[in-house]
Write a protein that binds this ligand. Structure first.
Ligand SMILES: [Zn+2]
Length: 358
């Protein structure tokens, strides 16, 4: 196949609630007295009337002044607990995890403050933590090194460290189920893509989206139609074009082009949807993002790619190296196959021709 392509979170007011109830009770007593007056005809009252009792003071719950957040630090993505990891929350002194990786952070207000977590042999994680509410079971994972975690391949896939080692990209990924529109018309010849091909592509897209998103997302609505449709937020547009396989990387809206059809395109579908869901190329072979050789086999992520997917899809988009939560990332910068800046959508994307079988 021709695989050329152009690059690319209550404060309970008990005292107020108590006063409200007391006011209601007093109102009911006045209503009962008025009803008694109406029934008895009520002239001047000669019978002694007991003075109304003073309402008792409502109970006031003590206002909490600190909230404990309890959790664990684990090796990425769901590995063993890390003993002795250091956590620094805001301006507080660092604390260390116990033998079970456990920690307790006391927060004194509901502000969001920086949280830095470090441990020997792991990438330091910089994130944030919001106080003001006691909770438990909070998990943080730290990215380790080989052989426990495929850090080099991770840097390839989420930072583009293979093809662009001097420029580490922020993470880009989807946060909602991607809907998919498939154009059944070849761009070049206006011929129809065969129904068997379309059926195969749909089944493979449904199979691979949960793998690349570590089970957090699945393919949403899948629609087909003869001809292109304007790209729309929440949708990945799939087209067929003889210029080869390429994809925008982690973008919403997304776009993917396939250079071939048929039922032997499992690797290409997994690879291009890998790009569309936020993954760059890797030199690690065999793998989905490292490329072929392709066959008519149905492809799954390698075990290491599955580990990497769990980490990428547990971090917010815009995570920076080494493991720092940042603002949402800007759109990816795409270049053409010749390295020139992309001038149109049709020549933006991640080129794949060297990595997939022709
Ligand atoms: Zn590629």
């Amino acid at each position: 196949m021709n695989l050329n392509g152009a690059l690319g979170r209550i404060l309970v007011l008990r005292s107020l609630a108590g006063r409200g109830l007391a006011a209601t009770a007093a109102g009911m007593r006045r209503s009962a007295l008025l009803m008694a007056c109406l029934v008895a005809g009520c002239g001047e009252s000669r019978a002694p009337v007991a003075p109304p009792s003073a309402p008792s003071a409502p109970a006031v719950a003590p206002v909490p002044t600190s909230w404990a957040i309890r959790g664990q630090v684990l090796a990425s993505p769901a590995g063993p607990p890390i003993e002795g990891a250091s956590l620094t929350f805001g301006e507080a002194s660092p604390i260390a995890t116990d033998v079970a990786g456990g920690f307790t952070i006391e927060t004194t207000d509901a502000s969001t403050r920086p949280l830095t977590i470090s441990a020997p042999g792991y990438l330091t994680r910089e994130t944030t933590l919001t106080g003001g509410e006691a909770r438990s079971g909070v998990l943080f994972d730290l990215i380790g090194a080989e052989p426990g975690f495929p850090r080099t391949q991770y840097l390839h896939l989420v930072r583009n460290a293979y093809e662009s080692p001097g420029r580490h990209e922020p993470t880009r990924r989807w946060t909602t189920n991607p809907n998919v529109y498939i154009s059944t018309k070849w761009r070049d010849s206006a011929q129809m893509v065969t129904p068997e091909s379309i059926e195969f592509f749909i089944s493979e897209i449904k199979r691979i989206v949960p793998q690349w998103t570590a089970g957090t997302l699945q393919a949403g609505t899948i629609e087909t139609g003869y001809g292109a449709r304007p790209r729309a937020k929440g949708w990945i547009t799939v087209e067929f074009g003889r210029s080869g396989n390429w994809s925008l990387l982690g973008d919403d809206p997304g776009q993917v082009q396939f250079g071939s059809e048929g039922t032997c395109m499992s690797l290409a579908i997994a690879h291009e949807f890998g790009h569309a869901l936020g993954y760059w190329h890797s030199s690690v072979k065999p793998s989905i993002m490292g490329g072929g050789p392709g066959s008519c086999t149905r492809y799954d992520l390698t075990p290491n790619e599955a580990l990497i997917a769990k980490v990428l899809y547990s971090r917010a988009p815009g995570n920076l190296e080494p493991d720092t939560d940042g603002p949402p990332p800007p759109p990816a910068v795409y270049t053409t196959m010749q390295g020139a800046a992309a001038s149109s959508r049709s020549d933006r994307g991640v080129r794949c021709e060297a990595l997939l079988p022709r």
